[in-house]
Design a protein around this ligand. Structure first.
Ligand code: GLV
Length: 313
């Protein structure tokens, strides 16, 4: 019997039954146990999101850690994460699809004045605002991995002039101009009027969007974050919006989640706040990858999408 220690970050492990059903349909002789249960200590596999710090180190039979999300910063922030156990992250086209929809929604809602029209409707005002011209508007996508590429291509198909940035050079075909490295970052920041962050959280991307970077964006820029909260200096973002240099932001991720009641973002109407839901993990579409990674490891092989611990993604 293969034991999978499960933790999804909710107090009740809400989706454990769904995962157990999806995985037993694909793998023989497995059982899911809560990561906090005493018998999880003998687990072969951990399937986890934000596990309690130090807990994975206590599982001394562990052969594989699977992140229940595309990001793995919730694992690497544990200083006791066992370093001899491979970590696999989800790479699920369904999540890239969902995330691209959220980004498109956030961008178009802003560009077509959704917030102002919803307010007008609530007050029964049938008023129009001048329509923004968006054809060939320069839009930056930061992060060109599995998700960023889908976003970039879909925005290009909507008629935006999409530019992409990554640390290392990437080719996304003729419709997307790509930049890389530090100089490339400065160029794209100052070229574009909408900025979409989809980067993984690493030492290089922590606080990447600082006061200087917001100041370097053209006046009236809009900022969208579906990466991680720690990539943004939140005070600097708020200041850039309050002074009117940035037009606003749509944020799905925050330095502290849930966003505290007292956080000043709540009061800023030019910030659209989403509770980290841009792409939720879907057991129906992710189970194949998870089952495949587990059976490969049990057979002594190397699963796909192993995280490079030095790169952090
Ligand atoms: C969500 O934030 C994820 O990492 O999948």
């Amino acid at each position: 019997m293969i034991t999978i220690a499960y933790h999804d970050g909710t107090p009740e492990n809400e989706k454990q039954t769904l995962w157990a059903e999806r995985l037993t349909a694909r793998l023989k002789h497995i059982r899911l146990v809560p990561l906090s249960a005493p018998h999880a200590k003998d687990a072969d596999i951990a399937l986890v999101w934000r596990p309690p710090v130090g807990r994975l180190r206590q599982l001394n039979q562990l052969r594989l850690i699977v992140s229940l999300g595309q990001g793995v910063d919730h694992l690497f922030s544990d200083p006791h994460l066992p370093d001899n156990v491979p970590v696999v992250r989800l790479v699920d086209p369904d999540m890239s699809h969902a995330l691209s929809h959220w980004v498109i929604l956030a961008l178009l809602d802003y560009l077509r004045d959704g917030p102002a029209y919803r307010l007008a409707a609530a007050e029964r005002r049938f008023d129009s605002l001048p329509q923004r011209q968006t054809a060939q508007m320069p839009v930056a996508v930061y992060g060109l991995g599995a998700i960023g590429r889908v976003i970039a291509h879909r925005l290009a198909a909507l008629g935006f002039a999409v530019q992409g940035w990554s640390r290392h050079p990437r080719d996304l075909g003729r419709s997307i101009q790509t930049h890389h490295g530090e100089q490339g970052f400065q160029n794209i920041v100052s070229n574009c009027i909408a900025h979409i962050c989809i980067l993984p959280l690493t030492a290089h991307t922590t606080n990447l969007f600082s006061a200087d970077v917001f100041a370097a964006m053209p006046a009236g820029s809009y900022f969208i974050n579906a990466g991680r909260g720690h990539q943004v200096e939140e005070g600097a973002l708020l200041n850039a919006i309050r002074t009117g240099h940035l037009a606003g932001a749509a944020l799905d991720v925050f330095v502290e989640e849930p966003l505290p009641d007292t956080h000043p973002f709540w009061k800023e109407t030019r910030i659209a706040i989403w509770p980290h839901v841009a792409a939720q993990t879907n057991p129906d579409t992710a189970a194949d990858q998870v089952a495949q990674a587990i059976s490969t490891v049990l057979a002594g092989g190397q699963p796909e999408h192993i995280v490079d611990k030095f790169r952090g993604y």
